[in-house]
Design a protein around this ligand. Structure first.
Ligand code: FE
Ligand code: FE
Ligand code: ZN
Length: 277
């Protein structure tokens, strides 16, 4: 079964996202748990969350992949930014229990000249503070393009973060195709090799979701500019191989391509036409 969707806006609430997903033939989606640029989250309307849960069950949706705000930087040098990151993640994980047993993806952060080792230490400290044994959500570390001092640029860095976390059974990884490509992993010519490397270093059982994006820039560019499916340097053929790969084909795929809702609907249709069960 192909589980595919895109980012949807939470501004009209949970049920509205479920209905919009159905409209565009999506059976998973991503949403920002709060304004992606930061700030307070709306209070949850329990009836609205229940309506979404009904839609998800009735339509056999795959796991949702919520996204933490971009401003969350667990390994910032500024203590106030780190405090925001912790408070937002703790609050988000409580909110996620309104849609239990799904995924919550976050960018590991940027170490801003403190160095990779300090970055890893600060990220693991945040996770050790925020993860709770009773949560039903799996928190996903997103593989990053390695722009500036961005952490999570290599499978080794992701592994080092996981190694420092006590409740590591609450942790998984979300692989972003644009980011790994920009990070130097050749998913166009050597998808099997990249997945073998992922398995050797992190373990494929950790891989819980895919952000399916084309990239404007060449392999190893460390840029992070997403392109529409087939309009970038990865190309449609390689992305079709990604969704059909036996080790990936049952994961939730989230489009983060530069599109309006009609554009997402077209990409979902195109990918469904090119998927074999
Ligand atoms: Fe992301
Ligand atoms: Fe992403
Ligand atoms: Zn990106």
């Amino acid at each position: 079964m192909l589980y595919i969707g895109c980012h949807l806006s939470y501004s009209k609430g949970y049920e509205a996202m479920g209905r919009q997903a159905l409209d565009i033939d999506a059976n998973t989606f991503a949403f920002f748990t709060r304004n992606p640029r930061g700030g307070a989250a709306k209070t949850i309307d329990e009836a609205d969350a229940a309506a979404l849960r009904g839609i998800l069950t009735d339509n056999s949706f795959g796991k949702l992949v919520a996204h933490a705000p971009y401003t969350m930087n667990a390994c910032a040098a500024d203590e106030n930014i780190r405090r925001f990151a912790r408070e937002a993640m703790t609050d988000d994980l409580i909110r996620m229990e309104s849609t239990p047993h799904n995924y919550y993806n976050f960018h590991p952060g940027s170490h801003v000249k403190q160095g990779v080792d300090v970055g890893i230490k600060l990220i693991t400290e945040q996770l050790n503070e925020c993860l709770k044994a009773e949560q039903t959500t799996t928190v996903l570390l997103e593989t990053m393009a390695g722009k500036g001092s961005e952490m999570g640029r290599s499978f080794e860095e992701i592994r080092a973060i996981i190694d420092g976390v006590e409740l590591e059974n609450k942790l998984g990884v979300c692989l972003d195709t644009c980011h790994v490509w920009d990070g130097g992993y050749d998913i166009v010519n050597n998808l099997d090799g990249v997945l073998e490397e992922f398995d050797r270093i992190i373990g494929l059982d950790r891989l819980k979701a895919i952000h399916l994006n084309d990239s404007l820039n060449p392999l190893g560019s460390h840029k992070d500019r997403h392109a529409k499916i087939g309009e970038g340097q990865i190309g449609a053929d390689a992305l079709i191989r990604v969704i059909n790969h036996p080790k990936l084909k049952n994961l939730p795929f989230i489009l983060e391509t530069p599109n309006d809702i009609e554009g997402y609907a077209r990409e979902i249709k195109f990918l469904r036409e090119n998927y074999s069960d």
